[in-house]
Design a protein around this ligand. Sequence first.
Ligand SMILES: [Zn+2]
Length: 392
Amino acid sequence: MLRFSANYIFPVNGKPIRNGIVVLDSKNIVVDIVDPKGNEKEYESMEFHNGVIVPGFVNTHCHLELSHLKGKLKQTDGIASFVSQIRNLRRVETIEITDSINQAISILEKNGTVAIGDICNTNDSFNAKRKSDIYFHNFIELFGLNSSEAGKKMSSALKIFNSIYRTKGAKSLTPHSTYSISDELWRMINIELKKSSSIASIHYGESLQEYQILKNRTGQLAENFNALKFPINLPDCSNPFEVVERFIPRTSQTLFIHNTFSTREEVLQLINHFDDSFFVLCPSSNLFIEGKLPDLPMLIELGANLAIGTDSLASSDTLSVFDQVIILLNKFPEVSFTDAIKWATLNGAKALNIDSIYGSFEIGKSPGLNLITDFDFNTMKPTSKSRVKRLI
Ligand SMILES: [Zn+2]
């Protein structure tokens, strides 16, 4: 038995426990959670740490295959200029791509990430994933505005989907966004989603330009597509909600990524329409691409299921979920650490359907253990000096 204790244990499914102890067996499965209630005693094989212990983090939205773009893009004024910058970058050698993915995964392991929802447009990341003990849900992403190429897009996505083997985790086909998929491709995605009933993950409400292009085919995104002579065969929908309402089955568990510009009315529509909706916050990326964060108080007030992602190293200088928690706590001082840590752990695990193993300290789970140092016990929040140390 291994016993880990700290000033506080955050089991996440219950209140923080002062001087609590998490007991693990040799396979790192939780066998007990002890609340000493003031009667602390010494145990053999117990490690006591200064700080708080939380479960392993779940990064619900990442693009590992873009890791080689770290530091290569300029801060932008919207998604259109971000996409153009990526399009105009020189091609890089495969070895550079795979090295950067390996490096990113080893940093993720060190900073206490136990599971990742990762968007894949290629099979570049699969070898590296096979070597890691992180759980990956690979979302094979589809996009393309030219209806006549829909069949080609679907078959190449299926090829990537079928090339995943022996990775720890799950996989599903998923749409990129409401503004980048033709009517015909949406029909095919709809058929696949109905058939598989697996999780969908879609970039949603990330930019005002997304609302503009759907409303009347104008704005920077439309201009860029026109300049590139891309046909814009969008479905006949005038806003992002209409698109997802029509093409993502109500019963598909759906992750809405970003929600930077989603309105109260829209969030309510999404919550009411879908059986299981999750709203994934990627604050460092939102600040880089749009200079704006989602209306978090509104999302909390509406009872949205919140989770946390990092997006890619192209738009975020960090893949640490804890860094995202710190940004949110700094920008929204009314948010408690207890809530934010739930989004970073248990809610992410629920979003990826892995909460029977990850996300909280409960008997039978093996969620990983992270220590957060330099914690302020008066405010019950981390400080600027706080760091994450993976214990298990
Ligand atoms: Zn993304």
